[in-house]
Design a protein around this ligand. Structure first.
Ligand code: ARG
Length: 459
């Protein structure tokens, strides 16, 4: 399609290194849609005749039907999806097909197609995250008062509720969705009509193509229009942050599923067995989500490095923008679906969680807070007194609330029997009812807000 000024054809190596059809055939639907929008506009502007526009439009529909039925043929000589579509169009409708490429270049064409594809990927990730949020909210509602140890440094810190813990991931998913939505707003300007790099002398109507393809407006600078890949980077960066969250949840599930914890039983359908150890049930799906976070982050870094230092406008390096985006999108969709399934179907072994919360002096802060509140002792001093009590309980191998009152009094005379009511794990979580705290009433309030935000029925 560009051979006019060449004497010989490309070498085998040139063909192979140049061919993007093995991966960019994934853009065929977008390529057809953008071509239809373009030729409709060319017809409306009388840049091509109404009759030719009609022939091209119905030809494009035929090409689409063939691609749908038989897949996209992979001929390296045709380089990419744009030439593949156009050459099939020419085979079907003859030389009039050659009018489609008027006032257009593959540079604005690929930028447009790719934006359309990324926009769909954003919408798909958003829908997946919404489903994950719903699963989290349902399970959090069930476990608003189920007690588990909360950690810092993976050391028992204070008791929390499982519902509170799950709702932390709801918040992360909410930010992920907001990052995707934000990326979508910036993406949604149409580069079609930027042509090769400088715009075109034909009297095109860029508003018309932009709106036909669901964009808010055309882009305002043709050089930027063909060379901008920020939209792909925005998407990858949102995807990377999202999968980091999924990976943290996956890691917690892996940990909780291990026998010494025994806090969770993962669904059989999202676990695997071992070929040698009959007792094994492995959390492979969670581990793979954790693994995929590395790959998706790699995709982001890959495209950042590709774009670094590219002069304006289009350079062929940019053809390498697609594989990392395609890879990240499929890994992300799978990761979201896997975590959604695990959240929805896991059995939480709340009795084991509660037992664990009893260990590790998780209510020590409650003793210190009690001394501050009831005995008017400054917090730093209360902290010290409590530390002494923990040391004693540890030496005796018993829980804090099992220390006899006289021994507590020996540490500080201001302690009295009322302290015991503050030392249970239930009292500890119920006390933390500040906005966003772990108290069951707070968790239920946040779950109610979330159900409303997600359009779910109130519980
Ligand atoms: N396959 C190319 C890509 O994905 C399309 C643009 C080709 N442009 C060009 N000037 N050779 O980037």
């Amino acid at each position: 399609m560009w051979g006019g000024r060449f004497d010989g054809g490309p070498s085998a190596i040139m063909r192979e290194i140049n061919a993007s059809i093995p991966f960019d055939k994934a853009l065929w639907r977008q390529d057809i849609a953008a071509s239809k929008a373009h030729v409709t506009m060319l017809g409306a502007q009388s840049i091509v005749s109404g009759e030719d526009a009609k022939a091209i439009l119905s030809g494009l529909d035929k090409v689409a039907a063939e691609f749908e039925a038989n897949g996209v043929p992979e001929d390296w000589a045709l380089e990419d999806i744009h030439m593949t579509t156009e050459s099939r169009l020419a085979e079907l409708i003859g030389p009039v097909a050659g009018r489609l490429h008027t006032a257009r270049s593959r540079n604005d064409q690929v930028a447009t197609d790719f934006k359309l594809w990324v926009r769909d990927a954003i919408d798909q990730a958003d829908a997946g995250l919404e489903a994950l949020q719903k699963a989290l909210v349902i399970r959090a509602g069930e476990h608003a008062a189920s007690i588990m140890p909360g950690f810092t440094h993976l050391q028992t810190a204070q008791p929390v509720t499982l519902g509170h813990h799950l709702m932390a991931y709801y918040e992360m998913a909410a930010r992920d969705r907001s990052r995707l939505a934000d990326a979508r707003v910036r993406l949604n300007r149409c580069p079609l009509g930027s042509a090769a790099l400088a715009g075109t002398g034909f009297a095109i109507d860029r508003e018309m193509t932009a709106s036909a393809l669901g964009f808010d407006a055309p882009t305002d600078n043709s050089l930027d229009g063909v060379s901008d890949r920020d939209f792909a980077l925005d998407y990858l960066s949102a995807a990377a942050q999202c999968v980091l969250h999924l990976s943290r949840l996956a890691e917690e599930f892996v940990l909780w599923a291990s026998q010494p914890f025994g806090w969770i039983t993962l669904p059989d359908g999202l676990s695997t067995g071992s070929s040698i150890m009959p007792q094994k049930k492995n959390p492979d799906a969670a581990e793979l989500v954790r693994g995929h976070s590395g790959r998706i982050t790699g995709c982001l870094v890959s495209l950042m490095v590709t774009m670094k230092g590219l002069p304006l406008a289009y350079s062929k390096d940019m053809q390498d923008d697609k594989p990392p985006v395609f890879e990240a999108a499929s890994l992300l969709a799978l990761s979201i679906a896997a975590m959604t399934g695990m959240v929805a179907e896991a059995t939480f072994r709340t009795e084991r969680m509660r037992q664990a919360a009893e260990l590790g002096y998780a209510t020590a802060t409650d003793l210190a807070d009690w001394l501050v509140r009831e005995a008017d002792i400054p917090f730093r001093e209360a902290h010290h007194i409590t530390g002494t009590a923990v040391k004693l309980a540890e030496a005796r191998g018993i829980a804090l609330d099992l220390l006899p009152l006289d021994e507590l009094k020996a540490i500080d005379a201001r302690i009295d029997e009322r302290v015991f009511s503050a030392l249970s794990v239930e009292a500890s979580v119920a006390a933390r009812s500040s906005h966003g705290g772990t108290a069951p009433n707070q968790v239920r309030a946040r779950v109610a807000d979330a159900r409303k935000a997600l359009g779910m029925d109130p519980v």
